[in-house]
Ligand binder design. Structure first.
Ligand code: UD1
Length: 446
């Protein structure tokens, strides 16, 4: 059986890494001439191309180099999707796979599922059934179209199954496998826990003039001595230097255990990530959020902000970049790697984010999370479903209120059903065992 799996943008990489490993583990159990052997090819559409947005994830997650890179790059949605379809069609005609596996909800997911389906190639969507109900989000369009076309819809939670059934997707196409992102979290949490927070900050500082390592000679001691005082003070004063501190690393079985959160007495630090067009593309929305950060959160604790390229461009375009840079307690970083973010998340007092993946990781790690959106396609991560996240949109009053509440919360890790680190193998088995007729219900679907 020949499978082509597709990645395009950063959030795809943590989903495909365990899938590729699972195909290898699956093959290792078979005889060399077994008809079930999976021949796997990885296609990167090239939507994300910066080293920090792409290559770094391949290296740290052990993803083999893509067999084919379509080199699509940036552009409007129509350009990205159209160019991907044209290039991917040639790959499919040449390679003739049995299946195309797409993950998540980025433009590559949509473009490649449509292209495959038009060539009568079976499509499997990992992370199917998520719905925000907000069709102004490009990702929602991508999810709707991909799920409508897919032959096999692998869902991360039961709520996603309900969405699909409501839309009339036949039962025999739906299979509950759990959340593949959590496979990656589980297999990397130990490595991440060994990273030192001060090193993550120093190695990823966006403004090198702010860096304590900039332009110095000699050993560590002399470098520290010549460092600008601000960043070292911030690190020392807010327990960021955790060389001797114990990272909170909840392991499986710890779920529901409540441990003291940071709170104001022991401020710790906040993490911020923001890249959705709805938050960053309009000055009237971005500017008050930035002011809330500089004037309120950064007064309580350092805010570590790995900045997405889109957000950085918008801040500059709107004349807000200097305000961000002038705030000592706003620590501006380049986009950081998977392990680095996981490590920061393990000990953060609070997360402010519009990322879907971080909502899920906060749920499993128990980090109080303010989701800077009015809706989410991942309701299982919300407090009302036992998760750690609360929707705050971009209304400053609401953000402030929930921020104050979150500071008083304890860290309470949760583990939704089948978020057990074993999802990738269930995905591979679902594809290999896909019945040509009949349904998964008769094969014991849950
Ligand atoms: C895309 C996904 C989004 C995902 C996000 C994670 C879609 C519709 N959106 O949004 O779901 O949450 O990735 O990052 O697929 N850029 C660079 N270097 C890069 C890539 C992009 O500088 O390697 C800049 C370009 O100026 C580009 C902008 O970032 O125009 C936005 O990139 P794009 O791929 O269009 O969408 P994202 O906002 O990253």
């Amino acid at each position: 059986m020949k499978i082509i799996s597709v990645v395009g943008a950063r959030p795809n990489f943590m989903k495909i890494a365990p899938f590729i490993k699972a195909t290898e583990t699956f093959n290792a159990k078979l005889e060399a001439n077994s008809s079930q052997l999976v021949a796997h090819l990885l296609v990167h559409t090239g939507q994300h191309y910066d080293d920090r947005m792409s290559k770094a994830f391949f290296e740290s997650l052990g993803i083999p180099e893509a067999d084919i890179n379509l080199g699509i790059g940036s552009g409007s949605h129509a350009e990205q999707v159209g160019n991907t379809m044209i290039a991917f069609e040639k790959v499919l005609l040449e390679e003739k796979p049995d299946w195309v596996v797409v993950v998540g909800d980025v433009n590559a997911t949509l473009a490649c599922s449509v292209t495959a389906k038009k060539l009568h190639i079976k499509v499997c969507h990992i992370e199917a059934g998520l719905r925000s109900g907000d069709e102004t989000m490009p990702e929602e369009i991508n999810r709707l179209v991909t799920d409508r076309l897919s032959d096999l819809l692998l869902i991360p939670d039961q709520l996603s199954g309900e969405n699909l059934r409501r839309e009339g997707v036949p039962e025999n196409k739906i299979k509950f496998v759990g959340n593949i992102m959590i496979d990656t979290l589980e297999s990397n949490r130990e490595a991440a826990s060994k990273l030192k927070i001060r090193n993550i900050i120093k190695n990823n500082l966006l403004d090198s003039s702010f860096s304590p390592l900039g332009g110095t000679k000699g050993g560590r001691a002399s470098r520290e001595k010549e460092a600008k005082p601000e960043i070292n003070d911030i690190i020392q004063n807010n327990l960021l230097d955790t060389d001797s501190a114990q990272a909170f690393v909840p392991m499986q079985g710890d779920e529901g255990t409540s441990v003291p959160g940071g709170g104001k007495a022991n401020n710790g630090y906040a993490i911020l990530t923001m890249h959705r067009p709805s938050n960053v593309d309009e000055k009237e929305i971005l500017s008050p959020i930035l002011s809330f950060l500089t004037d309120e959160v950064a007064v309580d604790m350092p805010v570590i902000w790995p900045i997405h390229p889109r957000t950085q461009s918008r801040l500059k375009e709107f004349g807000l970049w200097e305000q961000a840079k002038a705030c000592d307690n706003l620590i501006l970083l380049h986009p950081i790697g998977y392990h680095e973010m996981l490590r920061l998340n393990m000990q953060a007092t609070i997360m402010l984010t519009d990322s879907g993946g971080l909502q899920e990781e906060c749920c499993v790690l128990g980090t109080p999370c303010l989701t800077l959106r009015w809706n989410t396609e991942r309701p299982v991560t919300l407090k009302e479903h036992g998760g750690a996240s609360v929707l705050v949109g971009n209304n400053i009053e609401r953000i402030r209120e929930e921020y104050q509440t979150a500071l008083k919360l304890n860290r309470t890790p949760q583990r939704p059903e089948l978020w057990d680190g074993q999802t990738a193998m269930r995905c591979v088995e679902a594809i290999v065992n896909y019945p040509s007729t009949g349904s998964f219900t008769s094969l014991g679907n849950r």
